[in-house]
Design a protein around this ligand. Structure first.
Ligand code: NAP
Length: 251
């Protein structure tokens, strides 16, 4: 009996795991939310778009004969992770979460951890600052409440419509970002504060390391609570877990 795997992706780790599974000829499909206009090429078949909540995902798991669901979404994609846990329980499907560990504060970091964008705005204060908003396009809107700052905003696709603040400059770029690139961006723009998520991983750590070098304050949005399910930290560990669970048998 062939066991089908479904990866909920949108992360580097999801792509890495898909590549490892493809090498083993495992029948796997990778699911994307469809947020990026031109997603990077994937080594396995891709489906795009939401399922319609946990019930929709559970129905999909049944009709597509999925035996194993891998939640490899971004650590801040809490709704999808909750849906994955509920749907796996409803459909009686094996579930593994592939979650990048968070960055940890080291000596020299000037970090302020906050609950949400409103708290980040409060932490930035009233005095106009040059702020690097390293957030997703969907997460920028709250910053219209703090129009006094000069924002530098980097995104994969254009921010449409632009943020309704008097001073914002936009950079279109897709990670990973190397340390030298981040140093130049932060220094040349005279950045005084960064607002970002604690995404973990190497691809976007450059700004954190260079903020330390340049003495820039980093305001980190705290990670959301995620469902307690079996969890691994990288694609290689996911392969070991899946092998051990028998999820790759018969493929
Ligand atoms: P979210 O708030 O947890 O999810 C919102 C809705 O988007 C879900 O309920 C689901 O719709 C749909 N969705 C999310 N991930 C999906 C996937 N992999 N395949 C199919 N549908 C998906 O998620 P988000 O924060 O908007 O993130 C969306 C995607 O971007 C995720 O794949 C995530 O890995 C990636 N991403 C997110 C961040 C971030 O900071 N949040 C950063 C980088 C990449 P239905 O309820 O209709 O099924």
């Amino acid at each position: 009996m062939v066991q089908h795997l479904l990866i909920l992706g949108g992360t580097t780790e999801a792509r890495e795991l898909a590549a490892l599974l493809a090498l083993r000829n495992v029948p796997v499909v990778l699911s994307l939310a469809g947020r990026t206009i031109t997603p990077v090429a994937m080594p396995v078949p891709v489906r795009i778009g939401g399922f319609g909540g946990s019930a929709g995902l559970a129905a999909h798991l049944r009709t597509a004969h999925i035996a194993t669901l891998i939640d490899a979404t971004h650590p801040y994609a809490a709704t999808m992770s909750r849906n994955a846990a509920e749907a796996a329980a409803i459909a009686g499907v094996r579930l593994l979460a592939l979650r990048r560990p968070p960055w940890l504060r080291v000596d020299g970091d000037d970090w302020t951890e906050v609950a949400d964008a409103a708290a980040a705005i409060a932490a930035l204060g009233e005095v106009p600052r040059r702020v690097f908003l390293a957030l997703g396009r969907q997460e920028l809107r709250p910053f219209v409440a703090a129009p006094q700052h000069l924002y530098t905003i980097r995104s994969v696709d254009p921010v449409e419509p632009p943020l309704a603040v008097p001073q914002a400059r936009y950079i279109l770029a897709r990670g990973p970002f190397d340390a030298a690139e981040e140093y130049a961006l932060l220094r040349d723009a005279g950045i005084e504060a960064i607002v970002c998520k604690n995404s973990g991983g190497a691809a976007t750590y450059g700004k954190i390391a260079q903020a330390r070098t340049l003495g820039i304050r980093v305001i980190l949005l705290r990670r959301p609570a995620l469902p307690a399910v079996p969890e691994v930290a990288d694609a290689a560990a996911a392969m070991r877990w899946l092998d051990h669970a028998g999820a790759l048998r018969g493929v």
